[in-house]
Each structure stands twice: as C-alpha cells, then as structure tokens.
Write a protein that binds this ligand. Structure first.
Ligand SMILES: [Zn+2]
Length: 240
C-alpha cells in the first residue's frame, strides 16, 4: 500500500483486515490458554525444557500440536529424539538462522539442505506426512525463523497466496518433502510476509517476536476458522 514509499505492490486491503482480525482472535485464544498453562513457549521455557532433553521437547511439541499418535507414534518420537542427539552438529548451527532468509532465500535453502542430512522426517512407523511435526520442532526448538507447516496454515495459505498454491506435500515422497518445504512453502511465507510487512503485520507483531512467528499466528487462526474440526489443533486435546 505504501506506494509513496516506493513499494510496487498494493496489498488487498480486505486481506489486511482479515489478517489483523485473525491475529486479534489468536491473541484472545492464547490468553485464555496461557491462563491454563498451555502456551508452548512458556512450557518449553519451563521445567521440561530445562533438561534440554530432545524427547521432552518432542513430546511437548507433539502434544501442543496435537500430532495424531498414529502419525508420530511414541516409538518414532523416541527415534527422532535419538536422531536429534546424534545430529547436534548439524542441527546446532541452524539455531542461528535469522529472518534474513526473507530477503535472501538461499539462506533457507541452505538450511534445509543441512536438515536433509538428518532423518528428522524419515517416517519409519509413521503413516502420514510428519512435515507438520518436523516444522513445529524446527520453529520451536531450533529457530523461530523456520515457518511452521500444518493443515491449518496450508488451508489459509491457499486462500491468501497471490500465486497458485496447489502443491500437496503429502502426495510427495518423503525425500522430496523438504524440497517442497524449502521452495513452495517458504516461498509462499516469504511473499506473504514481504507483501504485508508494512501494511498490517508489523502492527500485529508482538514485542520480541519475528514476523515468521506473527504470520504463523495469523495463518493458524485463519485456517482454524476455515476448518474448525480438522487438522492440527494447537491446544490440549482434552481441553477442546
Ligand atoms: Zn496487509
């Protein structure tokens, strides 16, 4: 919208309104859940995460995201935790990933090339696409600059994206899902953030958080409103 400031694109004002309203509804929702001690960020900073035990973090992230137990069985959670411990040399440096990748996408592609050297996504017993879990782990436990992918954010992204957004990662072989994440998904997130940075996102941004966190809140809320009974419900299952 800031044509006078030299920006070329003029974001759809109704989208800005939808996004701002979604962020407000998210804030209201998280406030209720924070009161019940269910906010993941606080849980991760709390007692379980103090041990820096990957398994404790995985269990927290999986439960917070309500990853169905059949898609990431406990045996797989243990296997992933073992993998994270063994591949600290690969995952550790990725903790320094910053939102610079929004301007230089090669930084994200390089990061994903490193992740592909791990078996974080290897399904073993898992039946479904656990990119949802893997992206949540990366976002919460490695760097918040990694965008979360899940069914809610996918539904919202398909609605919001200014380009055709038709790829379905679950139809890909698991080896190519990281490629899909590094291209289709993060391209979409980058474009959305860059289009709405000035007009609405920075106004919704909370102190101390990056815009990748802000857009996640917006997309999650919009996706949840679009498909309330399906997908990754980021609250305690028993509570909703
Ligand atoms: Zn906007």
């Amino acid at each position: 919208m800031d044509v006078l400031n030299g920006q070329q694109k003029s974001p759809d004002r109704s989208l800005c309104e939808d996004m701002s309203n979604a962020k407000k509804r998210y804030d209201e929702w998280i406030e209720q859940h924070r009161a019940k001690g269910l906010d993941l960020d606080e849980a991760l900073k709390g007692s379980l995460a103090k041990s820096d035990d990957p398994l404790a973090k995985i269990c927290l992230v999986a439960d917070w995201g309500s990853i169905p137990s059949q898609t990431l069985p406990f045996e797989d959670q243990i296997r992933v935790a073992k993998e994270i411990r063994e591949k600290r040399n690969i995952l550790g440096p990725l903790m320094s990933l910053k939102e610079d990748w929004l301007q230089n996408h090669q930084l994200m592609r390089n990061a994903v090339e490193e992740i592909k050297k791990t078996e974080l996504l290897k399904p073993h017993g898992a039946k479904a696409n656990n990119l949802s879990f893997a992206s949540k782990f990366l976002h919460w436990c490695v760097s918040p600059s990694f965008p979360i992918f899940d069914s809610y954010s996918l539904a919202a992204m398909k609605k919001m994206s200014r380009k055709e957004f038709s790829a379905n990662p679950s139809s890909s072989k698991y080896e190519s899902r990281w490629d899909w994440y590094a291209s289709e998904w993060t391209d979409g997130i980058r474009d959305l953030i860059n289009d709405h940075r000035q007009c609405c996102l920075m106004k919704s941004q909370q102190e101390g958080e990056g815009l990748v966190r802000t857009i996640d809140k917006v997309l999650w809320q919009m996706g949840k409103d679009m498909k309330p009974k399906r997908g990754g419900n980021r609250s305690n299952k028993k509570d909703t």
